[in-house]
Design a protein around this ligand. Structure first.
Ligand SMILES: NC(=O)c1ccc[n+]([C@@H]2O[C@H](COP(=O)([O-])OP(=O)(O)OC[C@H]3O[C@@H](n4cnc5c(N)ncnc54)[C@H](O)[C@@H]3O)[C@@H](O)[C@H]2O)c1
Length: 469
């Protein structure tokens, strides 16, 4: 498909200027009139679209058709009434006809949990078949906008084949597809529609992406355009993050209470830090945490919880998930089948010579144990760095690293070039311009294991592997 997300994003600002030109708004059908569908119906009508709500549930259809809200949501009833009075909102149980008679279809059917914990896609499949039937009765391009929360791949692998089969059309030709996750919060849904936290459009062709960008232009002139799979994933990631925040804050409360510390006072201070706490910092997949503070403090809080008899499952799980990230690096390296491994970066992060609890030491120790030939270079660590002195500080928690600490001086290469010349696999644990240039120049003859996302643009090279990308 001749569609490049980056080009589109660059052009987006120019293109949205065109949307200011007054022209008829596309008619929209909404399949599934539950919480998401009812709110979308009211809000899209408020933006001036003719909206046909479609559901198999006659009660909901009758309610929407009369401007009655099927759910309790502030201001929804008023907006639905306005839409019905303005003859913008109608509702039907005939899903196929609703698709046929509109230009864009939003899909917001339920995706309940199956007995095995997975996502039940049966409502999506039946809606897709009805959409396909509707498209068969049309001779104009139609845009289908998937709004359900689904596992990545569902839109393209489950929904689109059903639409294509039932309609006889091809995606990207007779119809376009977008995945547009729903971020509204129940209780403030109308206000959130007017001022969304973000608008994400997953698309794989320009026409589809632009048509949906135009719909949202009145409430968001800076939509985020990405791939369909990334947009599907964002919805899940958002929700597991929100759940993590809730559980984190509750564990803070559980530990503060027996200490007679006001947890709200603590968290009010915590949230004022928008540099490290509520920020993109620490939120990019990469290697394990380490250094002189994080592992030590996590252990201390686990210990405090045990002393107080307080359960902290989230905090208690941190060390285990960190250990698994270290093991993932070991596995990636071993899976190359090569024995001469060079590490670029030894300290727990760039710009320091602190190797205390640097997680890469665990990887090196594990490989040395198995007879790998190891080389290391770190621009901040030289002959006069007190490696042994630093180790004495953490001796109690990682006695198993004593041997690697003793061997390290022998393993150190003087510079990046020397290290790279002498290994078959290079493991990058720090990001800097020199590593970028030198590793980039050797992609043809070295295997690269990247733990830090060294390159801004990912190399499309068989010899390159990232730990979480
Ligand atoms: N509720 C939320 O706050 C929220 C927020 C974001 C995303 N989501 C996601 O949006 C989707 C919809 O959620 P909801 O809470 O509105 O669901 P819901 O269960 O309240 O409503 C779904 C509606 O779809 C109808 N339906 C099912 N199959 C149909 C078909 N083939 N044709 C027509 N109608 C059909 C049902 O009768 C029902 O009225 C889900 O994937 C959900 O995970 C929900």
């Amino acid at each position: 498909m001749n569609f490049h997300i980056n080009n589109l994003v660059a052009e987006q600002q120019n293109i949205v200027e065109l949307f200011k030109v007054v022209k008829p708004k596309p008619a929209i059908s909404i399949i599934g009139l539950g919480y998401v569908g009812a709110v979308s119906t009211a809000c899209l009508a408020k933006l001036g679209h003719e909206v046909i709500g479609a559901d198999l549930d006659e009660v909901k259809v009758n309610q929407i058709a009369q401007g009655i809200s099927p759910i309790h949501e502030e201001n929804l009833q008023n907006l639905l009434q306005d839409g019905v009075e303005d003859e913008l909102i109608t509702a039907t149980t005939d899903v196929t006809a609703a698709v046929r008679d509109t230009d864009i279809t939003f899909v917001s059917v339920g995706t309940p949990t199956k007995s095995d914990g997975g996502c039940d896609a049966s409502y999506i499949i039946s809606a897709a078949q009805m959409i396909g039937e509707g498209l068969k009765q049309k001779d104009k391009y139609h845009l289908v906008v998937m709004r359900c929360s689904v596992p990545p791949g569902t839109t393209l692998d489950v929904m689109v084949p059903e639409i294509e089969k039932a309609s006889g059309l091809k995606m990207g030709e007779g119809f376009g597809i977008c995945f547009n996750p729903e971020f509204l919060r129940e209780g403030t849904a109308i206000a959130d529609f007017d001022a969304p936290p973000k608008t994400v459009i997953g698309a794989n062709d320009e026409r589809a992406a632009m048509a949906l960008t135009e719909v949202y232009y009145p409430v968001d002139d800076n939509v985020i355009i990405t791939t369909i799979e990334a947009a599907e994933m964002v919805k899940y990631v958002d929700n597991i993050w929100h759940a993590t925040k809730v559980c984190f804050a509750n564990e803070v409360g559980r530990i503060c209470k027996p200490l007679d510390i006001d947890s709200h006072e603590v968290m009010n201070i915590f949230v004022q830090d928008t540099k490290l706490n509520l920020s993109p910092y620490y939120l990019k997949p990469g290697f394990a945490y380490g250094g002189s503070c994080l592992p030590k403090e996590v252990r201390a809080v686990v210990h405090l919880g045990e002393e107080l008899g307080v359960d902290l499952p989230l905090v208690n799980s941190l060390a285990e998930t960190n250990k698994q990230q270290i093991q993932s690096a070991v596995d990636l390296i071993k899976n190359t089948g090569k024995k001469k491994i060079g590490f670029l970066g030894l300290a727990f992060k760039a710009g320091t010579d602190d190797i205390r609890e640097s997680p890469i030491l665990e990887v090196i120790a594990s490989l040395l144990d198995e007879g790998f030939d190891i080389g290391v270079h770190d621009p901040a660590i030289g002959k006069d760095t007190s490696i042994k002195g630093q180790f004495n500080y953490v001796r109690n928690v990682c006695p198993h690293l004593e041997q690697v600490i003793d061997e390290l001086p022998e393993l150190m290469a003087a510079n990046t070039g020397e290290l790279l010349d002498d290994c078959d696999v290079v493991v990058v644990t720090q990001k800097n311009a020199n590593f970028q240039m030198q590793v980039g120049a050797r992609l043809n003859n070295k295997e690269v294991i990247d733990l830090v996302r060294l390159f801004d643009e990912l190399p499309n090279h068989q010899s390159y592997q990232g730990i979480g990308w």
